[in-house]
Design a binder for this molecule. Structure first.
Ligand code: HEC
Ligand code: HEC
Ligand SMILES: [Ca+2]
Ligand SMILES: [Ca+2]
Ligand SMILES: [Ca+2]
Length: 421
């Protein structure tokens, strides 16, 4: 499941050893991911109508450009990053007028929910050798709210778009493997205590291990894709059949729709196969001296305690390509307390406001190539890989301090290693 393309199209490849049937599944699903949807009902485009009435973008690709990340330019309203909303204990319940996500766009005749921009406070600090750095800490500013005031006990979570590579492999890691990384009570006393997230099943009874999203807040790709169709594009589907309108949003509820559901089960299956089959780009300059040096530092700093480099997928999966593979995703798919600096104060499944899923690092060195520029961490606050490291706190405080005390050459080697992933 590794591809050799390392340019702008690095995240758009199927594995070179794919069978014809797999290539065909990939291509069909890719078109569902790429095509834009049109508002209302359309007799001429029956397979792409039903956009909104309130939404972010008209296609998956609109946010996941080149299957990578997009982020909104500083000071502009957020349409690529999401704001999750919640009220009540831990912010678990939907906001009464706006639901659990703020949609910044509406079709003609249906007011958008409102706008969000991020403003930044500057934080300064210095490395052990006295070199200074600045970090920026985001503040959420709402404006033009069209359905009344937001609840006073509102909790929010900003989420930047994630790249979508190697997800079928992550889905094919067994639960036992993931749980074997957990150390909830830190029995080995290394300061790291990853724990699994569990997400309530849609039936309301039972719960499933979470893997996807910045808080491991979604259990599998089919549910992730179905939720994205409804939440991000306003397209109803077999799993989420009701239009995304709250009782306060009457124009939304009475707007013409594109059928029920608006996207068929067959297309959900196709897009899910596509998401499973996007290959991981191969590493670059893996044996270059500085990179090998950086790799040693990555392990000495304890990064690999969370960003677990190597694991195996199960033997029994829907595609032979995904079966019994040794993969190097650099994640444990577990939640970690990352400290107050990164906390959003909002629960998600069993994750609390301080906890985030260890971000997979495979492909991370290609984000700038794929999207022209890159941001890091769940809300895109980090402008460089080093800024991302400097935000690590909580269970990762020791790792961060190790890096802060490296000299500038060694810091550079660590970054060169990350760039090679
Ligand atoms: C508004 C921009 C936007 C659109 C449109 C969008 N996404 Fe996403 N996508 C995101 C964000 C933000 C996240 C992270 C969500 C979270 O942490 O809760 C994400 C996460 C994902 C993930 C999980 C990746 C991972 O590493 O865990 C998948 C898969 C995905 N999206 C697929 C899709 C599909 C399929 C569509 C179209 C049906 C789509 N997305 C449309 C912004 C978008
Ligand atoms: C305690 C577990 C833990 C340790 C130790 C740790 N990380 Fe992380 N790392 C995370 C989590 C969780 C995130 C996601 C945080 C967020 O998005 O707010 C993350 C995010 C990142 C990111 C940004 C990824 C992205 O997709 O934007 C980079 C880069 C990174 N870590 C590198 C490192 C390096 C280098 C080290 C060692 C110096 C390290 N991490 C140590 C848990 C850890
Ligand atoms: Ca719709
Ligand atoms: Ca909403
Ligand atoms: Ca431990």
């Amino acid at each position: 499941m590794t591809s050799t393309e390392v340019g702008e199209r690095a995240f758009l490849q199927f594995a070179p050893n794919s069978k014809l049937t797999e290539i065909s599944e990939f291509t069909i699903g890719q078109s569902v991911f790429d095509v834009p949807w049109t508002p209302g009902f359309s007799a001429s485009l029956p397979d792409r109508d039903g956009l909104g009435p309130i939404f972010h973008r008209d296609s998956c690709l609109g946010c996941h450009v080149n299957n990578g990340r997009t982020f909104d330019a500083d000071g502009t309203r957020l349409i690529s990053s999401l704001i999750r909303l919640g009220v009540g204990h831990g912010g678990k319940d939907p906001e009464p007028s706006y639901g659990s996500q703020l949609q910044p766009n509406g079709v003609a005749g249906v007011p958008a929910e409102g706008n969000v921009i991020l403003q930044y406070d500057t934080i300064t600090g210095s490395f052990g050798d006295g070199t200074g750095y600045t970090l920026r800490s985001p503040k959420i500013v709402f404006s033009g709210m069209n359905y009344g005031a937001l609840a006073s006990d509102l909790k929010t979570s900003v989420r930047m778009t994630q790249q979508v590579v190697g997800l079928g492999l992550l889905e094919a890691v067994s639960e036992d493997t993931i749980l074997s990384f957990a150390d909830q009570d830190d029995k080995d006393k290394n300061g790291i205590s990853g724990r699994p997230n569990y997400i309530p099943d849609l039936t309301g009874s039972g719960k499933t291990l979470g893997r996807f999203g910045w808080k491991a807040n979604v259990p599998n790709l089919k549910r992730q894709n179905s939720a994205a169709f409804l939440g991000d594009i306003g397209i109803t589907n077999p799993m989420f059949p009701a239009q995304n309108c709250t009782p306060a949003q009457t124009q939304c509820s009475s707007a013409t729709n594109g059928g029920s559901p608006e996207v068929s089960e067959a297309k959900i299956v196709a897009i899910t196969k596509y998401m499973q089959l996007v290959a991981v780009p191969k590493r670059r300059s893996a044996y270059y001296g500085n990179v090998l040096d950086g790799k040693r530092l990555f392990h000495w700093a304890g990064c690999a305690n969370c960003h677990i480099s190597k694991m195996k997928t199960i033997s029994n999966t829907s595609f032979p390509l995904l079966a019994s593979q040794t993969i190097r995703p650099f994640t444990d798919l577990l939640l970690h307390d990352m400290g107050e600096g990164l906390a959003d104060g909002k629960d998600d499944g069993e994750a609390n406001g301080n906890e985030w899923r260890t971000a997979p690092l495979w492909g991370i060195g290609l984000l700038e190539t794929v999207n022209g520029d890159a941001r890091y961490l769940h809300d895109g606050r980090a402008r460089t890989l080093m800024e991302a490291i400097l935000w690590h706190g909580g269970e990762a405080e020791k790792s961060k301090n190790f890096v802060k005390n490296l000299n500038s050459d060694l810091r550079d080697h660590l970054i060169q290693y990350l760039q090679s992933l």
